[in-house]
Design a protein around this ligand. Structure first.
Ligand code: PLP
Length: 363
C-alpha cells in the first residue's frame, strides 16, 4: 500500500504511471477473485460493502418485481431495499427469522409464490450474532421463482472459505476491513453473464465497467488484494483457535452469571462473534464499567443509535433483553490471555451493574 501511495499514476491513464497503477489494480482483482473462487473480471471495486449492497440492489431492482430480504440484514441492505421500494412502489418483503436468527425458508417459499420477484437478498453471516444462513436453500427457492440472488457476505469472507462456483449467487458484497484490509474499500461480485441495467450511485467517467465512476483508490485496492491473499492462505487454520476462544468466553460467562444466554447459540455460527444477554445489566452501563474491553452494545455500524438492535428484536428478544446484550468479537490475533482478561472484566462489570440496578448497592 505504501508503495502504491507513492505512485502517481491514475489507473485509467495510458502513460507508464497509469499502466503501473492499472497493473497493481489487476493484481488485487486477481487476489480477491482467488479468495472468492471467481474470475477477476467479476469483481467491481467499491468504497465498501455499503456501496456494494446499494449497487447490487439498485441494479437488481431495476428489472421490476418485489424485493425480498430478511429482518436481520445490515442497514446497508434494509435501508436500501426500503428506499428502492418507496421510490418504485415495488413490494418489499422482510422475512422473519427463528429464535436463533435463521431465515424462515417456508416464509421465503410463500413470499415468492405467484409473485414477480426481482431479487432475494440474504446475508451469509449476521454481524451481531454470527448466525450463518442456509444460502444454498435460499438460492434454490429464489431461482425457482426466477429471482436474482444477492448476499451480503461482509462478515463471512476471509473468515470461512467461499467458493462462488458452489455458492450460486448472482451478486455478493464484501468489505476489506473485515479481513485485515484497509477501511473504505470493498467489492461487489457480479456473476459473468447476468445482464443487469446498472444504476450507478456515482455517474461520470464510467469506471469499473460503468458500475461506479471515479478515479480508483489504488492504494486501498492494493491493500484489499494483499489482505485477500493473506486471508486465503490462513483460511481454515484460524477457525479452530478462534472457536476455542469463543467457547471459553461463553462457557465462563454463562457459568458464572446465571440467567445470561448466548443469542443464536443453536445456529451454525461464525467462529469469531458472540452475542450475550446479561439480564438486568444494561449494556451501555456494563461497557462503561469495563473501558479496557473493546466490545459493543450493537453492531458498530449502528452504534450510537438509541434504538435497540433490530436483529435481536427480530429473534424475539424483548427490548429490555436486547438492551442488555453485548457483542464480543475476536480474530486470529486474539490470545487466550486477552479472553481471560475480558472474562474477568465482564464478570466484574455485569455483577456491579446488576447490583446497582437491583438497588442493593452500598453507599
Ligand atoms: N454489511 C455487514 C454485514 C456489515 O457488518 C457491515 C459493516 O460492519 C457492512 C455491511 C458495511 O460495510 P462497510 O463499512 O464496508 O460499508
Amino acid at each position: 500500500m505504501l508503495d502504491a501511495l507513492h505512485s502517481v499514476g491514475n489507473a485509467s491513464s495510458v502513460h507508464h504511471h497509469g499502466r503501473d497503477a492499472a497493473a497493481r489494480v489487476d493484481k488485487a482483482r486477481r487476489q480477491v477473485g482467488e479468495l472468492l473462487g471467481c474470475a477477476p473480471g467479476e469483481i467491481i471495486f467499491t468504497s465498501g460493502a455499503t456501496e456494494a449492497n446499494n449497487l447490487a440492489l439498485r441494479a437488481a431492482s431495476a428489472q421490476g418485481g418485489a424485493l425480498v430480504t430478511t429482518a436481520v440484514e445490515h442497514p446497508a441492505v434494509l435501508e436500501t431495499a426500503r428506499s428502492l421500494s418507496a421510490e418504485s412502489s415495488a413490494p418489499l418483503v422482510t422475512l422473519p427469522v427463528s429464535a436463533d436468527g435463521i431465515v424462515d425458508l417456508a416464509a421465503l417459499e410463500a413470499s415468492v409464490q405467484g409473485e414477480e420477484v426481482a431479487v432475494v437478498s440474504v446475508m451469509l453471516a449476521n454481524n451481531e450474532t454470527g448466525a450463518l444462513a442456509d444460502l444454498a436453500s435460499v438460492v434454490r427457492i429464489a431461482r425457482a421463482a426466477g429471482a436474482l440472488v444477492h448476499s451480503d457476505a461482509t462478515q463471512y469472507v476471509g473468515r470461512l472459505p467461499v467458493d462462488l462456483d458452489d455458492l450460486d449467487v448472482d451478486l455478493l458484497s464484501l468489505s476489506a476491513h473485515k479481513f485485515g484490509g484497509p477501511q473504505g474499500v470493498g467489492a461487489l461480485f457480479v456473476r459473468r453473464g447476468i445482464s443487469l441495467p446498472h444504476r450507478p450511485l456515482l455517474v461520470g467517467g464510467g469506471h469499473e465497467k460503468g458500475w461506479r465512476a471515479g478515479t480508483l483508490n489504488v492504494a486501498g485496492i492494493v491493500g484489499m488484494g494483499a489482505a485477500a491473499e493473506a486471508a486465503r492462505r490462513q483460511l481454515g487454520d484460524e477457525a479452530p483457535h478462534i472457536t476455542k476462544l469463543r467457547d471459553l468466553l461463553e462457557g465462563e460467562l454463562l457459568a458464572q452469571l446465571p440467567g445470561s444466554h448466548v443469542n443464536g447459540a443453536r445456529a451454525p455460527r461464525l467462529p469469531g462473534v458472540t452475542s450475550i444477554t446479561f439480564p438486568g445489566a444494561p449494556a451501555d452501563a456494563v461497557l462503561a464499567s469495563m473501558p479496557a474491553i473493546a466490545a459493543s452494545d450493537g453492531s458498530a455500524c449502528s452504534a450510537g443509535a438509541p434504538s435497540p438492535s433490530h436483529v435481536l428484536l427480530a429473534m424475539g428478544l424483548s427490548r429490555e433483553a436486547a438492551d442488555s446484550t453485548i457483542r464480543f468479537s475476536m480474530g486470529y490475533a486474539t490470545t487466550e490471555q486477552e479472553i481471560r482478561r475480558a472474562i474477568d472484566a465482564t464478570l466484574r462489570a455485569v455483577t456491579h451493574v446488576q447490583t446497582v440496578m437491583s438497588g442493593t448497592a452500598g453507599p
